[in-house]
Design a protein around this ligand. Sequence first.
Ligand code: SAH
Length: 218
Amino acid sequence: MAAYAAQRERMVAEVEAMYAETAAETGLAAMSSAVRAALGKVERHRLVPPDEASRAYGNFPLPIGAGQTISQPYIVALSTDLIEPRAGQVVLEVGTGCGYQAAVLSELVARVYSIELVPELAAGAAERLKRLGYDHVEVRAGDGAKGWPEHGPFDGIIVTAGAPEVPQHLVDQLKPGGRLVIPVNVAMGQELIVVTRREDGKTESRPVLPVAFVPLRH
Ligand code: SAH
């Protein structure tokens, strides 16, 4: 699918341009080469719903069914860079959606656990990820605000739905030095924040960017 490969390259270039535009806010001057390679590789058009395949590489949110939308590729890339993924790590995602963010993560770390509240979305993502060979990703249906303690603690956690506050269960499932990226509600909307669990167990958080995710539900 040469056409899709070309679209994917264009998407990566657009994401790179957005990193440059937002560098002052995010503190990240450029997309890491590892995340760039993952974005250039994952076949987003095979993960989004089939009738959205032709729009899969646009740098805008897309509907995925069940009233949910997925973030633009820039936000996926940024969230991924913010947890500072490294080979060998184990990460958790809350809000599997179509499975795209999980696929990007699985290009970078050893294991990805992902929880999706809507059972049909969880089943669909699990099936597609398996079919595409992402066998280091495990998906389950459930409330991700409680985390997945059986597989924790995690080196990184990415939440892809907006929360009223940072769920303590997720902070508790971070390894020392681990990072949690989560959109939280603020007066004017939502802000993407990074919570770092320091080696001494205390946490620090840093606001990164105003964002607009679908809400985290129960
Ligand atoms: N990361 C996804 C996009 C997710 S959109 C992707 O790459 O495709 C946000 C998702 O979070 C939606 O699918 C929504 O159903 C899910 N969600 C909302 N509340 C949740 C919760 N408490 N636990 C797990 N998933 C939740």
